[in-house]
Design a binder for this molecule. Structure first.
Ligand SMILES: [Zn+2]
Length: 94
């Protein structure tokens, strides 16, 4: 069995392969090596924008879902109201 305790990760700052224990994982799931951390590198803008887009899109979908549910509720209300308020249709026509 080969030694698998050293797992290499790619640093998001310098794109170098570094052992897992020598790098930091930020909230966006990016690995940053000690040298990049010391230089003040915390995350890439690409990941930050992707994160914002993802959450923004989710909010938009939720908003549309609420809107559709609201329209459906109003439509069902008027259909039911129409059913109960209108006179029964003539059934026997001769
Ligand atoms: Zn680095």
């Amino acid at each position: 069995m080969p030694e698998t305790s050293i797992r290499l990760k790619v640093c998001s700052g310098c794109k170098k392969e570094i052992p897992r224990q020598d790098c930091h994982r930020n909230r966006y799931g990016e690995y940053i090596c000690r040298a990049c951390q010391a230089a003040g590198f915390k995350f890439t803008w690409r990941h930050l924008l992707a994160q914002h887009f993802k959450t923004g899109f989710r909010k938009y979908v939720l908003w549309v879902a609420y809107l559709v549910l609201g329209i459906l509720a109003v439509a069902v209300f008027f259909i039911v109201l129409d059913r109960f308020s209108s006179a029964p249709a003539p059934t026997e026509q001769q």
